[in-house]
Design a protein around this ligand. Structure first.
Ligand code: NAD
Ligand code: IPM
Ligand code: MN
Length: 351
């Protein structure tokens, strides 16, 4: 059956890496017989240009009616006029995640052998690193009220309910059951009330998964251990803000944000796939962006939304084969352009 995909290229390098990933998907689909239709919509800064808001109503409606969503990246450079919009690109992204109830964000961090020499971390430390960060995505300090930005004082509210913690914890434990059966729950329970509730609730959920080992870790020491002993981690379960920060930190292990995809899910609704990085205004429009993060986001979509495992494996293998040959962009110390990497991946797929 044809799968209908809503495509949100967004801003900065978003459209460049999206074009690359769609070309790869189309090349792979040609020989597999799978059918896809694509519907492009304005989102982020592009949404503001088209309709005055980061998430135009028409874009949301299309997202609610499709089989999966692919998102490039959103956001302008510091000082962009979009920061003054009635709804900024970032607010548009948060609104989309909330509207679709995308409470679980899966961020796999693996270091394939091809990247071992390119990692700034010593090979003996990083070899075999394969973890999944399960980030709660629609609560916590990102969404809590009251919040206020005054000229002399500002505040945000971090709030979590037991129900919100339980549902994300169940996802993390279920994922751990399919892998190394180890969950590291990351919090700041020595200080924060929300973290104390988080820890207690995660312990309750853990009782349903007796085969899984649960370890609690404070976020500050976790940040240190991610680079010091990355192979110790299997599944990291954490709240919204900590997950945002730790996943960018973990990108240092493979050497760049440019190879990291993510998947966001709800309870049975449409899922969204996007790189964990942003719109990289510093390299936008120059054919320099690493398209791997977007291609691997497509791989996650094929596996997690469509169960098209063969097609997913083919694309993933082609992406890694190109990396193995040293055809990599500047973020990985190479000289290849976005288009050269894309053409090389398509060639591997027989396109
Ligand atoms: P960023 O992730 O855009 O960039 C951080 C660094 O990583 C930059 O040096 C950039 O060049 C590099 N980088 C990121 N992706 C790359 C790729 N695919 N290939 C090569 N290099 C890559 O973070 P930032 O600069 O702090 O934020 C820029 C904008 O992106 C801001 O407006 C921010 O709000 C937005 N943002 C959006 C998302 C999203 O769309 N999900 C995520 C993070 C940041
Ligand atoms: C991410 C981004 C977003 C977040 C921003 C752009 C709102 O950093 O997807 O990691 O903080 O969740
Ligand atoms: Mn982030």
């Amino acid at each position: 059956m044809t799968k209908h995909i809503v495509v949100l290229p967004g801003d900065g390098i978003g459209p460049e890496i999206m074009k690359a990933a769609i070309a790869v998907l189309q090349a792979a689909a040609k020989t597999s017989g799978e059918q896809f239709t694509f519907e492009e919509k304005a989102f982020g800064g592009a949404g503001i240009e088209a309709a005055g808001v980061g998430l135009p109503a028409e874009t949301l409606a299309a997202c609610q009616a499709c089989d999966a969503i692919l998102l490039g990246a959103i956001g302008g450079p510091a000082g962009s006029p979009w920061e003054k919009a009635q709804q900024t690109p970032e607010q548009g992204l948060l609104a989309l995640r909330k509207a679709l109830n995308l409470f679980v964000n899966i961020r796999p961090i693996a270091v394939p052998d091809a990247l071992l020499p390119l990692s700034p971390v010593k090979e003996k430390i990083v070899k075999g690193c394969d973890m999944i960060i399960v980030r709660e995505l629609i609560s916590g300090i990102y969404f809590g009220t009251p919040r206020e930005l005054g000229s002399m004082e500002a505040y945000d509210t971090c709030r979590y309910t037991v129900a919100e913690i339980k549902r994300i914890a169940h996802r993390a434990f279920a994922i751990a059951m399919t892998r190394g059966k180890h969950v590291t729950s990351v919090d700041k329970a020595n200080v924060l009330a929300t973290s104390k509730l988080w820890r207690k609730t995660v312990e309750e959920v853990a009782r349903d998964y007796p085969e899984v080992t649960l370890v609690h870790q404070l976020v500050d020491s976790c940040a240190m251990r991610i680079v010091q002993q990355p192979t110790e981690f299997d599944v990291i379960l954490t709240e919204n803000l900590f997950g945002d920060i730790l996943s960018d930190e973990a990108s240092v292990l493979p050497g760049t944000l440019g190879v990291l995809p993510s998947a966001s899910h709800s309870e049975g609704g449409v899922s969204l796939y996007e790189p964990i990085h942003g719109s990289a205004p510093d390299i936008a429009g120059q054919n320099l962006a690493n398209p791997t993060s977007m291609m691997l986001s497509v791989v996650l979509m094929l596996r997690q939304s469509f169960e098209m495992h063969e097609l997913a494996d083919q694309i993933e293998a082609a992406v890694y084969a190109v990396m193995n040959e040293g055809i990599v962009t500047g973020d990985l110390g190479g000289k290849a352009t976005t288009s050269e990497v894309t053409e090389a991946v398509i060639a591997k797929l027989g396109g």
